[in-house]
Structures are given as structure tokens and as C-alpha cells.
Design a protein around this ligand. Structure first.
Ligand SMILES: [Ca+2]
Length: 111
């Protein structure tokens, strides 16, 4: 009986992955209402599923920080439907150009 329990524990253990602030902090997308990372802001931790922008920033996002290892696709409607406004690579985007004040939802992809 004891041997069976040990085998079961060894099977389960790899599924319990460590998660911590260090990992989370490196995967946060930050949106800002104004260009150059100013104004109201909102953060999403690893938004690899579609997320809607809050009412405060809806159609008002003007700059974005994309975490290392990710790309972010912006959409003009909630639930990531409608036209994709563009794909942003990792780094700071102080000016969204033609996507300015049009983002309603977004999704991140690992790169
Ligand atoms: Ca704005």
C-alpha cells in the first residue's frame, strides 16, 4: 500500500508548478488612457484568453506596455471580435497610431 501511495505522489508532483510574484510581474500587460504611459491605467496578468478593457479605458487606450516574451493583439470590439487593430511586440508602445482610442479588448500570445 505504501508503495502505491509513493507512486501516486510522484505522478502528481510535476503538475504542481510553482507560481510566484516574480513570474507574474514579468507577464503583465499595462494599458494607459493617454500617450506616453500617462493617465488612467489598467493591468492584465498574462491575458492569453481574451479580456475586455474596463469601462474607464474602453475606446480610450493610447499607450501600452507589452511584457517580454509576449505579443498583444488589439480588437475594436469586446470579446475579441471585429477587426484586429494591430499586433504589438514586447516593449513600450507610447503611441498607438491608428489604433489610438479604439481598443475594446485584447489577447496576448507567447513569443
Ligand atoms: Ca486616450
Amino acid at each position: 500500500m505504501k508503495r502505491i501511495l509513493i507512486a501516486a505522489a510522484a505522478t502528481i508532483a510535476p503538475l504542481i508548478l510553482p507560481t510566484g510574484p516574480a513570474n507574474a510581474a514579468s507577464a503583465i500587460v499595462v494599458l494607459f488612457a493617454d500617450s506616453n504611459f500617462a493617465g488612467d491605467s489598467e493591468s492584465f496578468d498574462k491575458p492569453t484568453n481574451c479580456v475586455d478593457v474596463s469601462d474607464v479605458l474602453m475606446d480610450d487606450v493610447s499607450s501600452i506596455i507589452v511584457p517580454k516574451g509576449y505579443e498583444v493583439v488589439l480588437y475594436e470590439h469586446p470579446s475579441c471580435v471585429g477587426s484586429a487593430l494591430g499586433t504589438l511586440k514586447a516593449g513600450g508602445h507610447p503611441d498607438l497610431g491608428s489604433a489610438n482610442d479604439r481598443t475594446a479588448s485584447l489577447r496576448a500570445f507567447r513569443r
